[in-house]
Design a protein around this ligand. Sequence first.
Ligand code: C5P
Length: 222
Amino acid sequence: GADRPLAGRRVLVTSGPTHEPIDPVRYIANRSSGRQGHAIAQAAARAGASVTLISGPVAIPDPPGVAVIRVETAREMLEAVEAAMPADIAIFAAAVADWRPEQEAGAKKIKKDGTGPAPLALAENPDILATIARKTVGRPPLVVGFAAETDTVLDHARAKIARKGCDLIVANDVSAAGGVMGGLENTVHLIHRDGAVETWPRLSKDEVARRLVVYLAGMVAG
Ligand code: C5P
């Protein structure tokens, strides 16, 4: 029905930051709160979907009616995403750390030894969105990415669609002045593979989630 446009669909959502351990007590992370991703998972569940939410470490509650899998690192997130497939719609809203400390964190805290800090060598994390979007077997029919940009949002988003192989990018401006990262509101642009762009007014993250779910339901139905 019109109130449950995702009935019978399987939806996978990633949300939150990832934490990349340096040692047992330190990590690299970012300012993502998980609010937008969690709101999308909740809205999809309300729309009738069977939802798996794969979340990095966040301080917000699990959305009701959603199967939540908690992970810490990008590599764990990729593994959990693969395990949660198949899906009809996969939405990658997590702010995955691009890099992790190259050295695997050991059991011991790194100590000051008086010679100054050791350089922190980084290794690139797997791109979860690109890995799933480029699958030749078992690719979800609708793969949605997010783009958090601070400048020339649309140009970057178009390039990102091509690079990652997803169907749609939800782009938002996260420059500090907007207060999007960690905040409650968002202004988004939806950029399609074919270049079509739709811009929504500034809305609460909950409202962005509700509208996005209706929008995606329309894309999978049509
Ligand atoms: O390249 P960038 O990080 O700007 O791309 C953002 C999009 O890619 C988001 O949808 C994010 O969830 C996803 N991503 C990912 N794995 C990464 C990096 C980004 O899934 N390692």
